[in-house]
Ligand binder design. Structure first.
Ligand code: EPU
Length: 317
């Protein structure tokens, strides 16, 4: 921690940011558990973020971006380096299309996806309703290509604006982003904003679709548990070439309701690992490993984790 304390003058003291040393970032995730970051920085302007990234790059300091923390586990030991959160100023701004026929919305990466879905429905703009009920920041949703059986983020995106690690801004069209199931090949850097294609339609229809997607999630998923959504990606079934539900495989392997200290496999949906209040993310990770092993033994399928883990042990995964 001393490194960051001594570096802070050079890194951010002259920038338009809010900074917290030894910040409890685990508490900001949907698990409300996990460790701290050496420093959490909330930039208020793009320029200050640009300069910060450039300086961190020069000093070899890792920069991570925290979205809404909905698909993230922070290891109990926390992380070194800088964590940036785009929860201030320009990063939250949304410019909706002016044309009555729809068009492109320009949305800051820190904007809340659930609010965007609601507001687009209110305006009678179709293009985001497939993402109803998915907790995410827009930037996080792009990086993970968040979605479900009703659709994904990729289908809404037109372009993204990316801040490279050396502080340059580039605009990348969707075609160059290599979107695929729960992933994309975004270059290193921080998503600043995205343009999203929206079509004007009957507001009643958009709202009905949002309601349908949301009700399906509420019925089938433990939405009030502390969790990070689906822990594993749906694997491809070799016999059909189609993805199959990891939750169903976990269910068939008899793991629903299994507990490991403070963590438990949801009774409602097998792919959700919940955590009791005051629990430890190490318990979640240990239970995820046990689930993975059981499904491998039972079905011969190795599940791949969807949830991102930040830790001091090597690369994030
Ligand atoms: N099923 C079971 N047992 C379970 C869970 C599911 O038998 O414990 C069965 C269901 O009855 C259904 C089938 O499996 O017949 C598919 O279930 P579901 O509709 O819940 O879909 P999923 O494939 O398990 C995916 C996404 C979810 C998304 C839902 C609905 C992944 C890994 N999961 O789940 O996304 O909300 O579709 O759109 O792609 C997430 O990414 O965090 C997430 C939760």
């Amino acid at each position: 921690m001393t490194t960051m304390t001594t570096l802070r003058e050079q890194l951010w003291s002259d920038l338009d940011v809010e900074a917290t040393l030894d910040a409890p970032i685990g508490a900001l995730t949907w698990y409300e558990a996990g460790g701290r970051a050496e420093v959490l920085i909330l930039p208020r302007t793009i320029e200050s973020l640009q300069v910060l990234c450039r300086r961190c790059c020069e000093q070899g300091i890792a920069v991570r971006t925290l979205g809404s923390g909905a698909n993230l586990i922070v290891d109990d030991a926390g992380v070194n380096g800088v964590v940036v959160r785009l929860s201030r100023g320009a990063f939250q701004a949304t410019a909706w299309p002016q044309e009555t026929a729809g068009g492109l919305a320009h949305i800051g990466a820190g904007a809340d996806l659930m609010s965007l879905v609601q507001e687009s429905a209110r305006r009678g703009l179709a293009g985001l309703s497939q993402l109803a009920g998915i907790p995410a920041s827009l930037g996080g949703a792009v990086r993970m290509n968040a979605g479900g059986s009703f659709g994904d983020t990729a289908q809404s995106i037109h372009t993204i604006e990316l801040l490279t690690p050396v502080g340059e801004i580039c605009i990348i069209p969707k075609v160059d982003l290599g979107f695929a199931y729960r992933t994309c090949n975004l270059p290193a850097g921080i998503v600043l904003a995205a343009t999203v294609a929206l079509a004007a339609t009957d507001p009643v229809k958009v709202r009905a679709h949002v309601k349908e997607v949301f009700e399906y999630k509420s019925r089938t998923q433990p939405m009030s548990d502390r969790s990070a959504g689906c822990m594993f990606k749906n694997p491809i079934d070799p016999s059909t070439g189609q993805r199959q539900s990891a939750g169903r495989l976990i269910d068939l392997a008899g793991m629903k309701g299994t507990t490991l200290r403070s963590a438990f496999v949801s009774e409602r949906h097998g792919n959700f690992i919940g955590l009791h209040a005051g629990g430890s993310t190490n318990d979640v990770l240990a239970l995820a490993l046990a689930v993975q092993q059981r499904v491998l033994d039972h079905a011969g399928i190795r599940l791949e984790r969807e949830v991102v883990v930040w830790s001091q042990r090597g690369e994030d995964s």
